[in-house]
Design a protein around this ligand. Sequence first.
Ligand code: NDP
Length: 481
Amino acid sequence: MPDLLIRANTQKIAYGEKGILRRQRTISVSSNPRVKLVSKVSSPNVGWGRKQQPTWSASLTCFGIIAFCPILVFFSWVVLEEFHGSLIEALEALVSSSPWDFAAKYSPKLSLGATSVYLGWLLMQAVLYNYLPSKLSTGQLTPAGYLLQYYTNGLTAWVLTHVAFIASVYFSLADPAWIAKNWAGLLIATNCYGFLLPAFAYIKAHIAPTHAEDRKFSGSILYDFYMGIEFNPRFGKYWDFKLFHNGRPGIIAWTLINLSFAAYQYEKFGYITNSMVLVNIFHALYVIDFFINEDWYLRTIDICHDHFGFYLGWGSIVWLPAMYTIQSQYLAYNPVTLSTPGTLIILGMGLGGYAMFRSVNSQKDIVRRTKGNCKIWGRQAKVLKCSYITADGKKHESLLLHSGWWGFSRHANYLGDLILSYSTCAACGTDHVLPWFYAIYMTILLLHRCIRGEERCAEKYGEQWEEYCKRVPWALIPGIY
Ligand code: NDP
């Protein structure tokens, strides 16, 4: 019987950015044990960032998330607006009537005013992204071997937007509580855009891809729509879909939404609680940190590994502004006044969590930037040299830090993030579960990230990743996980 030859990756010639000729290698596998593998794909693996064969249950899960999450967003608003933040009361009302009656009675209505303002908001952020002076920052090599540059002018966009907001309130041109008062209409508008965006990305990926070799096709329309096909969809050379949508309209709105709900609390009750101030401070810290370190964001999973579909598109346009601000929304309807010791404890915990989050992320960043020639906690950084292969067959070197926080556990940055998340929710007291949504969600998200990220690193670095895990055996908290 002739050798069975499987051409895993046929010889292809493609043109990358700047017309660089790119050649993909051939990997041939034979059923005859005497025939050697032309190319070994074990360690490190050329297929990292590419394999994708969803089971039918994975596709069904995507469908569930696409259908259920928007309902959850609207339901949370109904719980706050109609049931004083009480999930139990809302669920009782839902069970005692039919879901259709419940939806008919409480569903938010389309508002032309809110929709127009939202479209104006998107346009304004797109203009700021495109025209504000910006340095060009460099991302990481994509699986197909592209090294892309990005506009990183987010901090200026954030400052200008907030100055405009505060000035328009100061000169009585705008109602500071407008966002809070028009929240229902805004939720409808963001959801419409949040669905149109991945649909557009899906079509674009098929008919006008930016980097065709970096696309992922799974064979499942649902899975492709949810997880995305294109890695870095762009308009022109620099207008990056992923960075813009992940890092602008939703995240800049985050602090404005909190401010607006604080104004709403003031309008309703005549005062602003210390809990509301804490929530605003913690979230502002997180958002400003994001923009000061926008360059760092280019080396995180969102930008380096996730493709652009419903998960990132709808997630950053709807989920983030609607669900991450639940604490300030809750406090606007249910003011919580903390005792002075309570305030100080929560403030200390939150600042501690933030300091840890920032310090861990900075350690990774500085090690990668200096190629390991730096000190971590006063000592020479300990790094494990590792390598990976891009689809053009080229081998690249990388480093895995295993001292400082990164010797403590493999995801100490997630731990810092979680401490900050729980502190923010603690400011809302323990009367209701809903304001704790953010902390519960972040726990699930980040634990899932531990698994997802490690699977990908194991594929990318092979045995070198195993060696790293031996040196840093704990994923999150030493002795526990
Ligand atoms: P990381 O910033 O930890 O990035 C993970 C990547 O870093 C890995 O894929 C690997 O990439 C590289 N890496 C892993 N271990 C090491 C090491 N020891 N030394 C050097 N590089 C290493 O994770 P995320 O991108 O998930 O998160 C970034 C931050 O954003 C976190 O602090 C997280 O808490 C926060 N976050 C917040 C979210 C929110 O919604 N609020 C959502 C998600 C994250 P490579 O391929 O380059 O080797």
